[in-house]
Ligand binder design. Structure first.
Ligand SMILES: [Zn+2]
Length: 502
């Protein structure tokens, strides 16, 4: 089976921030998890470099749009590397390979009879690069997203006959109830479709920065179609001399709620018009909000991803984003909240569990996992856990899956407290019991750490090496026998240093 996951491509009109990182980490967790399951995975991210938002910013900065792209695209590439994204390709919409294929597909939509020339009049937001319908307008004819006054614009351009796809889309949504997740986003998209679809501009006449319309090179293709098509075009040229389309398409898209309409309505309609299979599905996430939070002792009052990564590592940031806010919903994050979870969950619960398991095996069994039977109590509690996580991640429910995994972490900590291996070690005649506890603990920790691996690849990789587990595939409890070498390693999540006294 193949699995193709994408992030939105990011505008190169500013620095990457936590919102971009959030989408990318989500896609990365899914990509890594699917690789663990032995799926044939392709993970795509990249930059959207055409259109008005980029042209305007370039003008403000006195550079060409191309120069702006060349400045910021590497910043987004660096961000991906910094947050440990394992993307297989990084697309830039200024790639010739992309632009050629955009023209081909748009020409096909035209030749299939879904494009006509017309006059458009409406409220236009240059920062969204989108016309707003009357029902979308904010008070005083403003953009509800950017809160800027909009201008009424009239232009002659090429239109995509979106209105003629209303029934196709309603059928698609009826046939595939999970096409858009979570459900409340699906309902939002469906309500938009049912209120009646209007045709949309396929080109912009006044803008020079973009992919030329193949049959009318005075116009450029509207940036949204250019951008959406990246998901398809990348597969055709990401690997030299090889077209990956048949192997990986259709994709599963991760995106934020602000671009729902383009992905859930325009995009499948445009694909149908081009004779291309619609996406496998999409998951729409909410926003991480930082409002009215308390100061924290080490991070001040803003959760700056670069600072968090420098001080605590990318894994801690990855964990926190999906632990603190239920993926799909909006939610508050804060430096204080980050520190609390770092200390109580990563350092105390998981880090300490790992440390105890490794240290006790070293102290009592000379660093060798004992040969023993699993403790049936733990075996029962772990029963089916990897399957539950798989099912949740099949639906991109990243927070619920993490919650399932964390139950295992807590269960193992409880197990250590219940069995008190340090007492067993002191008593004669308890050697078998101690073997069983240490073996069960090593196995439980191995299985749990494998499940956590997509969320925190670097620290879990170190721990799996220490546990003598060379594979990263998901495993059932008891699938590894005792006898392997276990090593002690420094704490995975070192405790915060106390602030020096003033
Ligand atoms: Zn706007």
């Amino acid at each position: 089976m193949s699995f193709y996951v994408t992030t939105p491509i990011y505008y190169v009109n500013g620095e990457p921030h936590l919102g971009h990182a959030y989408s990318t980490i989500a896609a990365d967790i899914l990509a890594r998890h699917m690789r663990q399951r032995g799926e044939d995975v392709f993970f795509l991210t990249g930059t959207d470099e055409h259109g008005e938002p980029v042209a305007q910013e370039a003008e403000r900065e006195g550079v060409t749009p191309r120069e702006l792209g060349d400045r910021y695209a590497p910043r987004f590439k660096e961000m991906a590397a910094k947050i440990e994204a394992s993307n297989d390709f990084f697309i830039r919409t200024t790639d010739q390979g992309h632009m050629d294929r955009v023209q081909e597909i748009v020409q096909r939509v035209h030749d299939n009879g879904h494009v006509y020339e017309g006059v458009y009049e409406g409220w236009y937001c240059p920062r969204c690069a989108d016309f707003k319908t009357e029902s979308e307008l904010g008070p005083g004819n403003t953009c509800p997203i950017h809160q800027i006054p909009l201008t009424r614009e009239t232009e002659t351009n090429w239109f995509f006959r979106l209105s003629s796809f209303q029934e196709d889309l309603e059928r698609l949504y009826a046939k595939r109830p999970d096409f858009v997740q979570p459900d409340f986003r699906r309902n939002e998209a469906l309500a938009f479709i049912r209120q009646g679809l209007q045709d949309v501009s396929l080109s912009r006449p006044r803008l020079k920065w973009g992919v030329p319309v193949p049959w009318d090179t005075d116009q450029v293709i509207y940036v949204w179609f250019d951008a959406l098509l990246n998901y398809v075009t990348a597969l055709a040229y990401a690997r030299e001399g090889e077209d990956l389309t048949g192997r990986f398409w259709p994709a599963f898209h991760i995106l934020g709620k602000d671009i729902l309409k383009f992905h859930a309505v325009y995009w499948p309609a445009f694909l149908i018009a081009a004779g291309i299979e619609v996406p496998k599905g999409m998951f729409i996430h909410g926003y991480l909000l930082m409002e009215g939070h308390k100061m924290s002792k080490s991070l001040g009052n803003v959760l700056d991803p670069d600072e968090v990564i420098a001080k605590f590592g990318a894994d801690a940031l990855r964990y926190y984003c999906f632990r603190e806010v239920s993926f799909g919903q909006d939610g508050q994050i804060s430096p204080a909240g980050f520190e609390a979870r770092y200390e109580t969950e990563l350092a105390n619960e998981f880090g300490n569990l790992a440390n105890r398991a490794l240290a006790m095996t070293e102290r009592y069994r000379d660093g060798q996992a004992p040969e023993a039977e699993l403790d049936p109590a733990i075996a029962a509690d772990f029963e089916g856990a990897p399957d539950r996580v798989r099912e949740l991640l099949d639906e991109a429910r990243l927070t619920q899956a993490l919650e399932e995994i964390w139950k295992l972490v807590r269960r193992l900590n409880q197990y250590v407290e219940e069995t008190r291996p340090w007492d067993l070690a002191k008593e004669d005649g308890e050697a078998d019991s101690l073997d069983q506890v240490l073996y069960t603990l090593a196995e439980g920790l191995r299985v749990t750490t494998l499940l956590l691996h997509p969320y925190m690849p670097e620290t879990t990789g170190r721990l799996l090496d220490a546990l003598g587990e060379p594979s990263r595939e998901l495993a059932e409890l008891g699938s590894q026998e005792g006898g392997r070498r276990i090593e002690r390693i420094p704490p995975l999540f070192p405790k915060l240093e106390a602030e020096p006294a003033a």
